[in-house]
Structures are given as C-alpha cells and as structure tokens.
Write a protein that binds this ligand. Structure first.
Ligand code: UDP
Ligand code: MG
Length: 344
C-alpha cells in the first residue's frame, strides 16, 4: 500500500428511532476513522433519519455539530430501511460507500477489514454472519430458510446470510444507483450489480439499545418482496400446479366414465365433487393471488413516484457535491433550499 494513495469512504447509516443507540455508535465509527486516516482513507459518515418519531434527529444534530465528518439527511417520513439506504447512497458521489446498521449489530471495528479488501480490488465487500447474538432461534431459522429459498428461486446471485453490512466501490455504487425500481430488495440489488465480491465473516452482535424494527409480519412481507422482485418462479409454480391438477383431473374423469360404463352410475359422487371443486377453487385462488402479487408490483412501479422525499439535507465536505438536492430530480425528488442554514 503506497503512503501517498488517499481514498474516500462514506459510511451510510439508516436510522429509525435509534436515539439511544446512535450516541454509543458514533464514537466507535469516529475512532475507526481516526485509524483509517493514518492509512490514507478519509472517512465520513452520512446518517439518514428515516422519519424517526423519537429524538433521533436531535441526537444526530448534536453528533454532527461536534464532528465535521458527519452529514445528515432527514426524510420527510418513514420510508423504510431500503428507501433510506437508497437515499443515503444516492448522495455519495465521491469514493466508496459502506452501509452500516445504526444499532451496532454490524461492528464498525470491522470497517478497516472491508477497506483493505476494497483496496485489494474488490468492488463489493460484504459481511457474512457466522453468528447472530441476541436473536431468537425462530428468527435465525426463518432467516436461514429464506436465504436458501431465494438462492434457489432467483437467478441473481444473492450471498447467503449476508445483510446490508457492505462496502461498495465507486463503480459498484454507480451501478447500483442506476437501479431505480420502486420495490427495493437491497440484498438482491447488490447481488445484481456483480463485479468482484469478497465476503468477510463476522459475528453479528446484539443491539446496543432499543429493539428491532422488524417483526415477523414485516419480515414475511420482506421475504415476499425479495422473492417476487427477483424471481418469477412462483408464477411458473402456478402453471405447474395447474398442469398437475389438470392431468390428475383427466385421469379421474377417465376413471369416472369407465366406472359408469362398467357398473352403471347410481348417482353417488357428492363428496368427490365437493373435494374437486374445493381443491380447484383453492388452487385457482392461489394462482390468482400470485398473479396479483406481481400485478400489484407492476402497478406500484408504473406510478413512477420518487423513492423517497427529503426533508433536510446537511452536507459534510467530501460526501456529496450536492449542496442542495435537485428539485424534482428523477433520483432525488426535492429538498429544502439550503445546506447547514437550518437554525442550529
Ligand atoms: N431502519 C430504518 N427504517 C426502518 C426500519 C429500520 O432505517 O423503517 C434501520 C434501523 O434504524 C437500523 C437498521 O435499519 O439501523 C436495521 O433495523 P433493525 O435493527 O430493526 O433490524 P434487524 O437488525 O432486527 O434486522
Ligand atoms: Mg438490528
């Protein structure tokens, strides 16, 4: 590694109601930046307040006031983690970007390892969990199952047990920014980009404070999102299900006719009729529901709404050349007029 080489790294942190965790997290990031500085990497951090309803924004303002390496972005409401990350990554136009959870589950102390891999020439360096602390067995088991299912269904390579803890090189970041789909399954989008990938195994810590924003229902929806955004296999499944029932029905019909020919027909058959009707009805509803899932996504996509709206943007040197967010831009939507002029 040459001493003269200087690189830029922006850590993007999406935070939703993380007022308790952030004051503990930021000093850890700042300490890492200090060590990186000596290795020729200028680190800064961009916190995205995803419409928090607690004191997250005030906490962030305080952190930013004390540290010039901190940029802040506040969305107009809670858009969800994927949109918040997109908003943050959109604003990084210099150097590499690294995504980190606000709750300390992704240890910032690992950032130098990510940077080292990047400097070796990898474009997508992601943390792969070897252990998850402080999470129930059910969450671990379902997460495990989900990664295997989506790995089978999707032709986009999605690394297993890999969350959003990830460093993107400038060109991987530029590629990611081109994916403007509204239904955002970030793990899949990262995978779609490709380029040289490296995995860093790590143990996922328990949250510093607060609680997970994702319950089982939202995780279920998240899984549906991932599968339907990155695979049309379920649609094909409906076709196969239909084919299978149709062939079974054909065999059964032949049998019914044969039976009537051989032994006459004493008009029994109410139970079998009900069974067939209910089964077919069920299969049809499932198929319709599946089609509906995709149609719904098509509908949402066709509206071409911006992915998020910005409330406030407080830049820091080196994060982004956008002092203000371009009005009505395809990628950014609009923001308030001025940088750091907001009364402090
Ligand atoms: N998050 C967000 N918007 C949301 C929900 C979560 O920005 O609507 C952030 C949250 O603040 C945290 C990260 O996404 O930094 C991961 O959330 P969480 O820890 O709740 O998820 P888990 O680790 O349990 O999967
Ligand atoms: Mg977490």
């Amino acid at each position: 590694m040459t001493r003269e080489r200087r690189d830029e790294l922006t850590v993007v942190v999406a935070a939703y109601n993380e007022a308790e965790a952030l004051p503990a997290l930021h000093p850890r990031i700042a300490a890492v930046f200090d060590t990186l500085q000596a290795e020729g990497v200028d680190g800064r951090v961009l916190y995205v307040d995803d419409g928090s309803r607690d004191r997250t924004w005030d906490t962030l303002r305080r952190i930013a006031a004390a540290d010039p390496r901190v940029a802040l972005l506040r969305l107009s409401r809670n858009f969800g983690k994927e949109a918040a990350l997109t908003a943050g990554l959109d604003l990084v136009d210099e150097g590499a970007a690294l995504v980190l959870d606000a709750d300390g589950q992704d240890p910032p102390e690992l950032i130098p390892a990510f940077v080292a891999k990047w400097r070796e020439g990898f474009d997508d360096v992601h943390g792969t969990r070897t252990a998850r602390e402080g999470e129930g067995w059910l969450k671990k088991a379902t997460a495990h199952g989900f990664y295997r299912i989506i790995g089978r269904l999707s032709r986009t390579p999605i690394p297993q047990d890999t969350g959003d803890f990830r460093l993107l090189s400038p060109r991987a970041l530029a590629a990611l920014k081109q994916l403007r789909e509204r239904q955002r399954f970030m793990k899949g989008l990262f995978g779609w980009v490709g380029f040289a990938q490296a995995a860093i195994p790590y143990e996922r810590d328990a949250r510093i404070a607060g609680r997970s924003k994702f319950n089982f229902w939202s995780l279920w929806n998240f899984a549906l999102e991932g599968i339907t955004s990155f695979s049309t296999a379920p649609l094909r499944l409906a076709t196969y299900l239909g084919l299978a029932t149709a062939s079974l029905a054909l065999v059964y019909a032949a049998w019914v006719v044969l039976k009537a020919l051989l032994w006459g027909d004493p008009v029994a058959g109410w139970p079998s009729m009900m069974a067939v009707i209910l089964l077919l009805g069920g299969v049809q509803l499932i198929a319709l529901g599946l089609i509906g899932e995709y149609l719904g996504r098509l509908y949402m996509e066709s509206k071409q709404r911006p992915l998020y709206l910005v409330d406030t943007w407080l830049p820091a040197p080196g994060v982004s050349s956008a002092a203000t967010i371009p009005a009505g831009g395809e990628t950014h939507a609009y923001g308030p007029p001025a940088a750091r002029s907001e009364s402090a």
